[in-house]
Write a protein that binds this ligand. Structure first.
Ligand SMILES: *Cc1c(COP(=O)(O)O)cnc(C)c1O
Length: 379
């Protein structure tokens, strides 16, 4: 089945009790049982909910996986993966990634005796060098947030398998329309469904998708035991978002390409980070593992002063100044003070995230209107 058909039909069966074509929002906390232990597969809504079940089936379909699990946020999904580990275990993660993932690792899990090593995944040999017999998990984000670095998922999956470590890929930036890490050998795919899956900036949610049944059981046990489950209304919204993911992504990609090239030609723009440029550092790998390059772009101004960046950030009219990404409307963001403020400054600068870096989430408005807006703000 082709992607468009798959995304529209994923997980949706007419409701068995009424025939409703859309899965209803089952706003219930519990289910009446015929006799103790005799039920219709639903006992208590932290453990099972029909709206969530439909969404979890859809998540599996769109990532070419066997099982999906939905969480109350992206970081709750990440949290569940780390809870597979035990004190003394080591995790290899990227040195450029979502600030909240870094905060969860360094501020919450380190104190429970889990060790995190941060490396540059654009060089797979660095992964082999960092592996020890304690490495239990490799956590990859590609493209990275906000520097758009690319990691070779298949190459890292081979290294992870040899070491007996799990590979989890945060696929939020690419979305399943552009990249399917399970097909490339990853064990778990993680999403902040808040972003492209939801697509309309109206829900916070996270997802995990996997193929291995034993791994699914462990993660389901964590999901129900720790309780970071999304409500049925939020599941409905993400289910609806998935139906238009492919058309939205096509528009994000087309607008992204147009704006990336326009920025690159602009006299006042310094460096533009977008994996679609033929001379971008990770382009060859991106081309191999992605079906397009997406609508996330970061850039610096030639004049790298903080003042100039701040002025631009507060001058756009169509691009709203806000954290988050992946919605139909365009957003502009200042990673150093917003999404990545939880990473210490020296650490950020060392990894190439300068104070003047600006990140765009290109929406699906008309590209010329977006360019005009940027032109006026850049001056
Ligand atoms: C937003 C984001 C997260 C966290 O997801 P929430 O839904 O905000 O909890 C994780 N990874 C990436 C790449 C993100 O952009």
């Amino acid at each position: 089945m082709k992607i468009a058909t798959k995304f529209i039909h994923a997980g949706t069966e007419p409701d068995p009790s009424t025939g409703a074509i859309m899965t209803p929002i089952y706003q219930t906390s519990t289910y009446v049982q015929e006799a103790p232990g005799v039920n219709k597969g639903f006992e208590y809504a932290r453990s099972q909910n029909p709206t969530r079940k439909a969404l979890e089936e859809a998540l599996a379909v769109i990532e070419n996986g066997k099982f999906g699990l939905a969480f109350s946020s992206g970081v709750a999904a990440t949290d569940a993966v780390i809870k597979l580990l035990a004190p003394g275990d080591e995790v290899i993660a990227g040195n450029d990634m979502y600030g909240g993932t870094f905060r969860l690792f360094s501020k919450i899990f380190e104190k429970f005796g889990i060790r995190f090593l941060y490396i540059d995944f654009s060089h797979p040999d660095q992964v082999s060098k960092s592996i020890s017999d304690k490495t239990k998990l490799i956590w990859v984000e590609t493209p990275t947030n906000p520097l758009m670095n690319i990691a070779d998922i298949a190459a890292i999956a081979t290294i992870a398998k040899k070491a007996g470590a799990l590979l989890c890929v945060d696929n939020t930036f690419a979305s399943p329309y552009l990249q399917n890490p399970l097909d490339l050998g990853a064990d778990i795919v993680m999403h902040s469904s808040t972003k492209y899956l939801g697509g309309h900036s109206d829900v916070i949610q996270g997802a995990l998708i996997m193929n291995d049944a034993a791994l699914r059981e462990k993660l389901y046990f964590i999901q129900k035991s720790c309780g970071a489950v999304p409500g049925p209304m939020d599941c409905f919204l993400v289910l609806r978002g998935i139906k238009t993911l492919h058309v939205r992504m096509q528009a994000h990609c087309a607008n992204g390409e147009k704006i990336a090239y326009w920025l690159r030609e602009h006299a006042k723009i310094g460096r533009v980070y977008w994996p679609g440029f033929e001379d971008a550092p990770g382009h060859a790998i991106a081309k191999k593992q992605m079906r397009g390059f997406g609508g996330m772009i970061s850039f610096t101004l030639k004049d790298e002063s903080m003042d100039k960046a701040m002025k631009l950030l507060s001058s756009t009219k169509l691009f709203s100044l806000a954290e988050s990404l992946g919605g139909v409307e365009s957003l502009i963001n200042h990673p150093a003070s917003m999404t990545h403020a939880s990473i210490p400054r020296e650490e950020r600068i060392k990894n190439g995230l300068s104070d003047s870096l600006i990140r765009l989430s290109i929406g699906i408005e008309d590209a010329d209107d977006l360019i005009n807006d940027l032109q006026k703000a850049i001056g």
